[in-house]
Design a protein. Structure first.
Length: 270
């Protein structure tokens, strides 16, 4: 925190209007803390335009859930390209600790986002209301839990899809190359590391019709969305897609942005 505050002071005293924040998911939580506590410590708070990298994602710690979101209003960020997958929200709405009895993680998530505890769980001596397990994720503010598919979620979705298809291709290849021996037992010759041979050459359309493939370096050919963050007083926010970085586009269209669609912080107009 001390190192972060020193960096914060340098940034706030700078005459630069635009600050590029390079970090990961935790960086957003730290940035919020620095901005929030500065207001109570008589530290300089200068309005800036934040530009954030795609590794960053919005999330709140439990004690941050009631903090306002104006710090991010008008920010511009890169984001892993994503599309809304049909049925994703319905899938989330059906999740709860009663349905996912073997999933210990969802109970931890439940206690954190609903600020409650299950009977018999260790609440560290803090009195909380009892979780029923029937609470609804869609009732939470977006700053605590988003019901839409983010770029990170979409990446995980495509990754699982790609691995599943690669495993299927590897098993199919094994079945063609080997014949049953020893009473009909099929000998699988491939080792787990050989899955990469199938994975790097996989090309498929996912459930929203987008092609997923990898380039010669084994990197996903996906590009980035350019997002403008718009916040509201009720702890909600919108990610407005204002541009795109598309490696598959013609050279003069790889980077596109609609400046007129961007909503800037109140102190700026361009």
């Amino acid at each position: 925190m001390e190192r972060g505050m020193n960096l914060y002071n340098i940034a706030m005293k700078s005459t630069a209007n635009v600050l590029v924040v390079h970090g990961e998911i935790q960086s957003m939580m730290i940035l919020r803390m620095l901005l929030y506590f500065s207001r109570f410590n008589n530290r300089l708070v200068t309005e800036k335009v934040w530009v954030m990298t795609a590794q960053m994602e919005f999330t709140s710690l439990a004690f941050q859930r009631n903090w306002d979101l104006d710090f991010i209003h008008g920010a511009v960020s890169f984001a892993v390209h994503s599309r809304e997958v049909l049925g994703f929200q319905n899938f989330l709405q059906r999740r709860n600790p009663h349905v996912e009895k073997e999933d210990g993680f969802i109970k931890d998530l439940w206690e954190d986002v609903f600020n409650c505890s299950f009977l018999g769980s260790d609440s560290n001596g803090v009195a909380k209301k009892i979780c029923s397990g029937e609470e609804k994720l869609e009732t939470l503010p977006g700053s605590v839990f988003e019901m839409t598919m983010t770029g990170h979620s979409y990446s995980v979705y495509n990754a699982v899809y790609a691995v599943a298809l690669s495993v299927h291709a590897m098993r199919s290849s094994t079945s063609r190359q080997n014949s049953p021996t020893g009473g009909g037992i099929l000998k699988l010759q491939q080792q787990p590391w050989q899955l990469y041979h199938f994975l790097k050459s996989i090309v498929f359309n996912n459930s929203v019709g987008e092609e997923v493939s990898f380039d010669q370096n084994g990197e996903l050919v996906a590009g980035f969305d350019i997002i403008n963050w718009v916040t509201f007083p009720n702890q909600s926010f919108r990610r407005v897609r204002v541009g795109r970085v598309d490696p598959k586009a013609p050279p003069d269209s790889i980077f596109t942005i609609s400046e007129d669609a961007i909503e800037w912080p109140s102190g700026f107009n361009q």
